[in-house]
Design a protein around this ligand. Sequence first.
Ligand code: IPM
Ligand code: MG
Length: 374
Amino acid sequence: MSEPYSLLILPGDGIGPEVMAEVVKVIDWFQANRGLNFDVSHDLVGGAAYDAHGVPLADDTMARAQAADAVLLGAVGGPKYDQLDFSVKPERGLLRLRKEMDLFANLRPAQCFDALADFSSLKRDVVAGLDILIVRELTSGVYFGEPRGIHSDDNNPENEGGRVGINTQRYTSGEIRRVARAAFELAKRRGNKVCSMEKANVMESGILWREEVQWVHDNEYPDVELTHMYADNGAMQLVRRPQQFDVIVTDNLFGDILSDAAAMLTGSLGMLPSASLGAPMANGRPKALYEPVHGSAPDIAGQGKANPIACILSFAMALRYSFDQGDAAAELEQAVEKVLADGVRTPDLMGAQGGIQVSTAQMGDKIIAALAGG
Ligand code: IPM
Ligand code: MG
Protein backbone atom coordinates (compact mmCIF):
# COMPACT_ATOMS: atom_id res chain seq x y z
CA MET A 1 0.00 0.00 0.00
CA SER A 2 1.17 3.50 -0.82
CA GLU A 3 1.06 6.41 1.63
CA PRO A 4 -2.54 7.55 1.96
CA TYR A 5 -3.51 10.53 -0.17
CA SER A 6 -5.79 12.87 1.72
CA LEU A 7 -8.88 13.72 -0.27
CA LEU A 8 -11.52 16.17 0.95
CA ILE A 9 -14.92 15.61 -0.65
CA LEU A 10 -17.35 18.53 -0.80
CA PRO A 11 -20.52 17.31 -2.54
CA GLY A 12 -22.33 20.67 -2.24
CA ASP A 13 -25.84 21.23 -3.57
CA GLY A 14 -28.36 19.99 -6.12
CA ILE A 15 -27.03 17.00 -8.04
CA GLY A 16 -23.63 17.36 -6.31
CA PRO A 17 -24.27 14.71 -3.64
CA GLU A 18 -25.69 12.12 -6.05
CA VAL A 19 -22.89 12.39 -8.62
CA MET A 20 -20.32 12.37 -5.79
CA ALA A 21 -21.80 9.13 -4.43
CA GLU A 22 -20.74 7.48 -7.71
CA VAL A 23 -17.23 8.90 -7.42
CA VAL A 24 -16.97 7.40 -3.95
CA LYS A 25 -17.73 3.98 -5.47
CA VAL A 26 -14.93 4.53 -7.98
CA ILE A 27 -12.51 5.58 -5.23
CA ASP A 28 -13.40 2.46 -3.26
CA TRP A 29 -12.78 0.34 -6.34
CA PHE A 30 -9.30 1.76 -6.84
CA GLN A 31 -8.52 1.20 -3.17
CA ALA A 32 -9.69 -2.40 -3.27
CA ASN A 33 -8.18 -3.30 -6.64
CA ARG A 34 -5.21 -1.09 -7.42
CA GLY A 35 -3.46 -0.70 -4.10
CA LEU A 36 -4.19 3.01 -3.91
CA ASN A 37 -4.74 4.37 -0.46
CA PHE A 38 -6.99 7.38 0.11
CA ASP A 39 -7.78 9.06 3.37
CA VAL A 40 -11.24 10.39 2.41
CA SER A 41 -13.20 12.91 4.45
CA HIS A 42 -16.42 14.77 3.70
CA ASP A 43 -17.56 18.31 4.46
CA LEU A 44 -20.07 20.96 3.38
CA VAL A 45 -19.89 23.75 0.82
CA GLY A 46 -22.37 26.13 -0.80
CA GLY A 47 -26.01 26.12 0.22
CA ALA A 48 -25.50 22.97 2.27
CA ALA A 49 -22.87 24.78 4.35
CA TYR A 50 -25.10 27.85 4.60
CA ASP A 51 -27.96 25.72 5.95
CA ALA A 52 -25.68 24.22 8.59
CA HIS A 53 -23.44 27.17 9.51
CA GLY A 54 -24.93 30.34 7.99
CA VAL A 55 -21.92 30.71 5.67
CA PRO A 56 -21.22 29.02 2.32
CA LEU A 57 -17.84 27.76 3.55
CA ALA A 58 -16.94 27.38 7.22
CA ASP A 59 -13.42 28.43 8.32
CA ASP A 60 -12.81 24.92 9.53
CA THR A 61 -13.66 23.52 6.08
CA MET A 62 -11.35 26.09 4.50
CA ALA A 63 -8.52 24.92 6.76
CA ARG A 64 -9.18 21.28 5.90
CA ALA A 65 -9.14 22.14 2.18
CA GLN A 66 -5.77 23.87 2.60
CA ALA A 67 -4.35 20.79 4.29
CA ALA A 68 -5.73 18.18 1.85
CA ASP A 69 -3.70 16.71 -1.00
CA ALA A 70 -6.74 17.34 -3.19
CA VAL A 71 -10.30 18.61 -2.90
CA LEU A 72 -13.13 17.12 -4.95
CA LEU A 73 -16.20 19.34 -5.27
CA GLY A 74 -19.64 18.49 -6.67
CA ALA A 75 -21.62 21.65 -7.40
CA VAL A 76 -23.00 24.67 -5.56
CA GLY A 77 -26.13 26.80 -5.76
CA GLY A 78 -29.86 26.53 -6.21
CA PRO A 79 -33.03 28.62 -6.36
CA LYS A 80 -33.50 28.24 -2.60
CA TYR A 81 -30.52 30.55 -2.11
CA ASP A 82 -31.29 33.14 -4.80
CA GLN A 83 -32.52 35.74 -2.33
CA LEU A 84 -29.49 35.52 -0.01
CA ASP A 85 -27.15 38.42 0.41
CA PHE A 86 -24.35 38.33 -2.18
CA SER A 87 -21.71 37.73 0.51
CA VAL A 88 -23.24 34.42 1.63
CA LYS A 89 -24.45 33.05 -1.70
CA PRO A 90 -23.37 29.43 -2.35
CA GLU A 91 -21.04 30.57 -5.16
CA ARG A 92 -19.01 32.59 -2.66
CA GLY A 93 -17.97 29.33 -1.00
CA LEU A 94 -16.45 28.10 -4.24
CA LEU A 95 -14.82 31.46 -4.98
CA ARG A 96 -13.30 31.51 -1.49
CA LEU A 97 -11.76 28.08 -2.04
CA ARG A 98 -10.30 29.16 -5.38
CA LYS A 99 -8.95 32.43 -4.00
CA GLU A 100 -7.53 31.28 -0.66
CA MET A 101 -5.98 28.13 -2.10
CA ASP A 102 -4.63 30.40 -4.87
CA LEU A 103 -5.77 28.00 -7.60
CA PHE A 104 -4.73 30.18 -10.49
CA ALA A 105 -4.76 27.63 -13.31
CA ASN A 106 -8.14 26.13 -14.17
CA LEU A 107 -7.87 23.29 -16.67
CA ARG A 108 -11.04 22.62 -18.65
CA PRO A 109 -10.57 19.94 -21.26
CA ALA A 110 -13.21 19.67 -23.96
CA GLN A 111 -12.96 16.22 -25.43
CA CYS A 112 -15.50 14.72 -27.76
CA PHE A 113 -16.10 11.04 -27.09
CA ASP A 114 -16.56 9.24 -30.37
CA ALA A 115 -19.78 7.59 -29.20
CA LEU A 116 -21.26 11.03 -28.58
CA ALA A 117 -20.09 12.91 -31.68
CA ASP A 118 -23.62 13.00 -33.09
CA PHE A 119 -24.77 14.51 -29.87
CA SER A 120 -23.09 17.84 -30.40
CA SER A 121 -25.13 20.74 -31.74
CA LEU A 122 -22.39 20.98 -34.38
CA LYS A 123 -21.89 18.55 -37.27
CA ARG A 124 -20.03 15.32 -36.55
CA ASP A 125 -17.03 16.13 -38.75
CA VAL A 126 -16.52 19.46 -36.94
CA VAL A 127 -16.29 17.84 -33.50
CA ALA A 128 -15.27 14.18 -33.96
CA GLY A 129 -12.01 13.54 -32.15
CA LEU A 130 -12.01 17.02 -30.65
CA ASP A 131 -9.48 17.37 -27.85
CA ILE A 132 -8.79 20.88 -26.65
CA LEU A 133 -7.80 22.25 -23.28
CA ILE A 134 -8.86 25.63 -21.97
CA VAL A 135 -6.58 27.04 -19.28
CA ARG A 136 -8.56 29.72 -17.47
CA GLU A 137 -6.95 32.14 -15.01
CA LEU A 138 -9.01 31.61 -11.87
CA THR A 139 -7.95 33.89 -9.02
CA SER A 140 -7.90 37.39 -10.45
CA GLY A 141 -9.40 39.62 -13.12
CA VAL A 142 -12.87 41.04 -12.90
CA TYR A 143 -14.02 38.31 -10.50
CA PHE A 144 -11.89 39.73 -7.70
CA GLY A 145 -10.67 43.17 -8.83
CA GLU A 146 -11.18 46.24 -6.63
CA PRO A 147 -12.94 48.62 -6.55
CA ARG A 148 -16.20 46.80 -6.89
CA GLY A 149 -19.74 47.33 -5.67
CA ILE A 150 -23.03 49.07 -6.31
CA HIS A 151 -22.97 52.73 -5.28
CA SER A 152 -25.31 55.66 -5.40
CA ASP A 153 -24.53 58.16 -8.10
CA ASP A 154 -26.55 60.99 -6.57
CA ASN A 155 -24.24 63.74 -7.77
CA ASN A 156 -25.05 62.87 -11.31
CA PRO A 157 -28.57 64.16 -12.03
CA GLU A 158 -28.41 62.84 -15.59
CA ASN A 159 -28.26 59.24 -14.34
CA GLU A 160 -31.80 57.93 -14.17
CA GLY A 161 -32.08 55.63 -11.15
CA GLY A 162 -29.07 57.25 -9.50
CA ARG A 163 -26.88 54.14 -9.10
CA VAL A 164 -23.66 52.78 -10.54
CA GLY A 165 -22.32 49.21 -10.56
CA ILE A 166 -18.54 48.75 -10.65
CA ASN A 167 -16.19 45.84 -11.23
CA THR A 168 -12.54 46.07 -12.04
CA GLN A 169 -10.53 44.07 -14.54
CA ARG A 170 -7.05 44.04 -13.03
CA TYR A 171 -4.14 41.77 -13.83
CA THR A 172 -0.54 41.93 -12.71
CA SER A 173 2.24 40.76 -14.99
CA GLY A 174 3.08 38.06 -12.44
CA GLU A 175 -0.45 36.69 -12.50
CA ILE A 176 -0.36 36.51 -16.28
CA ARG A 177 3.07 34.92 -16.43
CA ARG A 178 2.28 32.12 -14.00
CA VAL A 179 -0.87 31.00 -15.82
CA ALA A 180 0.91 31.33 -19.17
CA ARG A 181 3.64 28.99 -17.86
CA ALA A 182 1.00 26.47 -16.83
CA ALA A 183 -0.48 26.60 -20.34
CA PHE A 184 2.91 26.17 -22.07
CA GLU A 185 3.84 23.28 -19.78
CA LEU A 186 0.57 21.52 -20.58
CA ALA A 187 0.93 22.20 -24.31
CA LYS A 188 4.35 20.52 -24.31
CA ARG A 189 2.64 17.30 -23.19
CA ARG A 190 -0.06 17.60 -25.88
CA GLY A 191 -0.11 19.25 -29.30
CA ASN A 192 2.57 21.88 -28.48
CA LYS A 193 0.30 24.80 -29.46
CA VAL A 194 -1.04 27.64 -27.31
CA CYS A 195 -3.58 30.24 -28.40
CA SER A 196 -3.92 33.17 -26.00
CA MET A 197 -7.21 35.09 -25.98
CA GLU A 198 -7.92 38.62 -24.71
CA LYS A 199 -9.37 41.90 -25.94
CA ALA A 200 -6.15 43.84 -26.52
CA ASN A 201 -8.06 45.94 -29.04
CA VAL A 202 -10.15 47.60 -26.31
CA MET A 203 -8.57 46.81 -22.90
CA GLU A 204 -5.20 47.80 -21.44
CA SER A 205 -5.29 44.67 -19.30
CA GLY A 206 -5.62 42.79 -22.60
CA ILE A 207 -2.52 44.51 -24.01
CA LEU A 208 -0.58 43.54 -20.88
CA TRP A 209 -1.94 40.00 -21.16
CA ARG A 210 -0.73 39.67 -24.73
CA GLU A 211 2.71 41.14 -24.01
CA GLU A 212 3.32 38.99 -20.94
CA VAL A 213 2.22 35.74 -22.58
CA GLN A 214 4.52 36.58 -25.48
CA TRP A 215 7.36 37.32 -23.00
CA VAL A 216 6.99 33.93 -21.31
CA HIS A 217 6.95 32.29 -24.72
CA ASP A 218 10.02 34.08 -26.06
CA ASN A 219 12.08 33.63 -22.90
CA GLU A 220 11.02 30.20 -21.69
CA TYR A 221 9.02 28.26 -24.28
CA PRO A 222 10.24 29.33 -27.74
CA ASP A 223 9.57 25.83 -29.10
CA VAL A 224 5.85 25.91 -28.35
CA GLU A 225 3.74 27.49 -31.10
CA LEU A 226 2.00 30.62 -29.78
CA THR A 227 -0.80 32.58 -31.43
CA HIS A 228 -2.99 35.40 -30.11
CA MET A 229 -6.66 35.97 -30.80
CA TYR A 230 -9.26 38.47 -29.68
CA ALA A 231 -11.66 36.64 -27.43
CA ASP A 232 -14.73 37.43 -29.54
CA ASN A 233 -13.05 35.97 -32.60
CA GLY A 234 -12.00 33.06 -30.39
CA ALA A 235 -15.64 32.39 -29.52
CA MET A 236 -16.49 32.39 -33.20
CA GLN A 237 -13.56 30.12 -34.13
CA LEU A 238 -14.54 27.70 -31.37
CA VAL A 239 -17.84 26.98 -33.04
CA ARG A 240 -16.53 27.35 -36.60
CA ARG A 241 -13.43 25.13 -36.52
CA PRO A 242 -12.60 24.01 -32.96
CA GLN A 243 -10.01 21.49 -34.17
CA GLN A 244 -7.59 24.35 -34.91
CA PHE A 245 -6.96 24.67 -31.16
CA ASP A 246 -4.81 22.67 -28.78
CA VAL A 247 -4.40 24.72 -25.58
CA ILE A 248 -6.25 28.01 -25.12
CA VAL A 249 -5.09 30.32 -22.31
CA THR A 250 -7.33 33.16 -21.25
CA ASP A 251 -8.46 35.28 -18.31
CA ASN A 252 -11.05 34.51 -15.67
CA LEU A 253 -14.16 35.99 -17.29
CA PHE A 254 -13.40 35.08 -20.90
CA GLY A 255 -12.43 31.61 -19.68
CA ASP A 256 -15.76 31.23 -17.91
CA ILE A 257 -17.66 32.00 -21.08
CA LEU A 258 -15.43 30.28 -23.64
CA SER A 259 -15.30 27.08 -21.58
CA ASP A 260 -19.09 26.82 -21.52
CA ALA A 261 -19.13 27.17 -25.31
CA ALA A 262 -16.35 24.58 -25.66
CA ALA A 263 -18.20 22.26 -23.30
CA MET A 264 -21.29 22.25 -25.45
CA LEU A 265 -19.25 21.32 -28.53
CA THR A 266 -18.77 17.93 -26.97
CA GLY A 267 -22.46 17.18 -26.69
CA SER A 268 -23.14 17.38 -23.00
CA LEU A 269 -22.12 19.53 -20.10
CA GLY A 270 -22.53 16.37 -18.04
CA MET A 271 -19.30 15.00 -19.46
CA LEU A 272 -16.71 17.62 -18.65
CA PRO A 273 -14.30 17.59 -15.73
CA SER A 274 -12.00 20.33 -14.53
CA ALA A 275 -8.92 20.78 -12.39
CA SER A 276 -7.92 23.95 -10.60
CA LEU A 277 -4.25 23.97 -9.70
CA GLY A 278 -2.10 26.27 -7.58
CA ALA A 279 1.53 26.43 -6.59
CA PRO A 280 3.30 23.27 -5.38
CA MET A 281 2.92 22.45 -1.67
CA ALA A 282 5.76 21.28 0.57
CA ASN A 283 5.25 17.71 -0.69
CA GLY A 284 5.74 18.86 -4.28
CA ARG A 285 2.11 18.34 -5.29
CA PRO A 286 0.13 21.35 -6.48
CA LYS A 287 -2.71 22.65 -4.38
CA ALA A 288 -5.69 21.29 -6.23
CA LEU A 289 -9.44 21.28 -6.49
CA TYR A 290 -11.33 19.11 -8.97
CA GLU A 291 -14.91 19.70 -10.01
CA PRO A 292 -17.28 18.97 -12.88
CA VAL A 293 -17.91 21.94 -15.19
CA HIS A 294 -21.68 21.49 -14.88
CA GLY A 295 -23.64 23.22 -12.13
CA SER A 296 -25.99 21.96 -9.46
CA ALA A 297 -28.92 21.37 -11.89
CA PRO A 298 -31.62 21.83 -9.24
CA ASP A 299 -34.34 20.94 -11.75
CA ILE A 300 -33.24 17.30 -11.84
CA ALA A 301 -31.69 16.97 -8.37
CA GLY A 302 -32.65 13.93 -6.33
CA GLN A 303 -34.25 12.08 -9.24
CA GLY A 304 -31.40 9.79 -10.28
CA LYS A 305 -31.20 11.53 -13.67
CA ALA A 306 -27.86 13.29 -13.29
CA ASN A 307 -24.85 12.19 -15.31
CA PRO A 308 -21.99 11.33 -12.90
CA ILE A 309 -19.35 11.14 -15.66
CA ALA A 310 -18.04 14.72 -15.34
CA CYS A 311 -17.46 14.19 -11.63
CA ILE A 312 -15.90 10.76 -12.18
CA LEU A 313 -13.58 12.22 -14.85
CA SER A 314 -12.69 14.99 -12.41
CA PHE A 315 -11.44 12.27 -10.08
CA ALA A 316 -9.44 10.88 -13.03
CA MET A 317 -7.81 14.30 -13.33
CA ALA A 318 -7.01 14.14 -9.61
CA LEU A 319 -5.34 10.77 -10.14
CA ARG A 320 -3.23 12.29 -12.90
CA TYR A 321 -2.36 15.76 -11.58
CA SER A 322 -2.33 15.31 -7.80
CA PHE A 323 -1.43 11.69 -7.25
CA ASP A 324 0.83 10.93 -10.19
CA GLN A 325 -1.32 7.94 -11.08
CA GLY A 326 -1.52 8.50 -14.84
CA ASP A 327 -2.12 4.80 -15.53
CA ALA A 328 -5.06 4.63 -13.15
CA ALA A 329 -6.45 7.84 -14.69
CA ALA A 330 -6.21 6.37 -18.18
CA GLU A 331 -7.83 3.16 -16.98
CA LEU A 332 -10.77 5.11 -15.60
CA GLU A 333 -11.12 7.22 -18.74
CA GLN A 334 -11.12 4.08 -20.87
CA ALA A 335 -13.81 2.53 -18.68
CA VAL A 336 -16.00 5.61 -19.26
CA GLU A 337 -15.34 5.41 -22.99
CA LYS A 338 -16.28 1.73 -23.07
CA VAL A 339 -19.56 2.29 -21.26
CA LEU A 340 -20.46 5.07 -23.71
CA ALA A 341 -19.46 2.92 -26.68
CA ASP A 342 -21.78 0.22 -25.31
CA GLY A 343 -24.65 2.70 -25.63
CA VAL A 344 -25.20 3.22 -21.91
CA ARG A 345 -26.77 6.65 -21.42
CA THR A 346 -28.04 8.85 -18.62
CA PRO A 347 -31.10 10.87 -19.76
CA ASP A 348 -29.00 13.89 -20.84
CA LEU A 349 -27.27 11.63 -23.39
CA MET A 350 -30.42 10.04 -24.82
CA GLY A 351 -30.40 11.48 -28.33
CA ALA A 352 -32.07 10.50 -31.55
CA GLN A 353 -30.21 7.17 -31.70
CA GLY A 354 -31.48 6.16 -28.28
CA GLY A 355 -29.41 3.80 -26.18
CA ILE A 356 -29.70 1.97 -22.89
CA GLN A 357 -31.07 4.51 -20.45
CA VAL A 358 -29.72 4.25 -16.93
CA SER A 359 -29.91 6.17 -13.67
CA THR A 360 -27.06 8.03 -11.99
CA ALA A 361 -26.28 5.04 -9.77
CA GLN A 362 -26.53 2.54 -12.63
CA MET A 363 -24.07 4.61 -14.66
CA GLY A 364 -21.64 4.44 -11.73
CA ASP A 365 -22.13 0.67 -11.52
CA LYS A 366 -21.55 0.23 -15.27
CA ILE A 367 -18.28 2.17 -15.03
CA ILE A 368 -17.16 0.01 -12.11
CA ALA A 369 -18.09 -3.10 -14.10
CA ALA A 370 -16.05 -1.83 -17.05
CA LEU A 371 -13.10 -1.18 -14.73
CA ALA A 372 -13.39 -4.72 -13.50
CA GLY A 373 -13.27 -5.90 -17.11
CA GLY A 374 -17.00 -6.64 -17.38
C1 IPM B 1 -17.79 28.13 -13.32
C2 IPM B 1 -19.03 28.74 -12.73
C3 IPM B 1 -18.62 29.68 -11.61
C4 IPM B 1 -17.83 30.80 -12.23
C5 IPM B 1 -19.75 30.19 -10.74
C6 IPM B 1 -20.57 29.07 -10.15
C7 IPM B 1 -19.25 31.11 -9.65
O1 IPM B 1 -19.77 29.36 -13.72
O2 IPM B 1 -17.04 27.47 -12.58
O3 IPM B 1 -17.58 28.27 -14.52
O4 IPM B 1 -18.41 31.79 -12.74
O5 IPM B 1 -16.61 30.73 -12.22
MG1 MG C 1 -19.03 29.06 -15.70
